[in-house]
Design a protein. Structure first.
Length: 129
């Protein structure tokens, strides 16, 4: 079965994020460090790996679901929140002091559009220069 390029990209990003998570897991689950501080480290390291080059992707519901599942599972583990606690994901995000994934995606895409718009010569594609 041949996988689409989008599925491979999705799998690579989730794998890269979990790899980054495992590298710094001792820091992220350390309860002697404040949850908001751990949230900032999470955004800088793990979420960055999850969203690398995301501004150029085509967004599908399958891709968004995979990214949300990965992000929320990590945040819940970091905050020590179980499903039995009946807390919604937005509540966990507020506890950790991190932005919603869709907010980060929108920021990255708008930043990229700004870079493309400012390219000299009006040609936004550069052929091997």
């Amino acid at each position: 079965m041949a996988y689409s390029k989008l599925y491979i990209t999705e799998r690579e990003r989730v794998t890269a994020a979990w790899r980054r998570w495992r590298e710094i897991a001792n820091l992220l689950v350390n309860h002697s460090i404040g949850l908001r501080t751990r949230g900032k480290v999470f955004e800088a390291c793990v979420k960055f790996a999850l969203l690398y080059a995301a501004e150029t992707w085509t967004w599908t519901s399958r891709l968004m679901d995979a990214l949300y599942r990965c992000d929320h599972r990590m945040l819940r583990y970091m905050a020590g929140v179980r499903w039995q606690d009946r807390r919604c994901s937005s509540e966990v995000e507020m506890m950790c002091g991190v932005d919603n994934l869709s907010v980060k995606l929108r920021q990255r895409r708008l930043r990229w559009v700004g870079h493309v718009k400012r390219v000299e010569g009006g040609c936004w594609v550069r052929w091997g220069r």
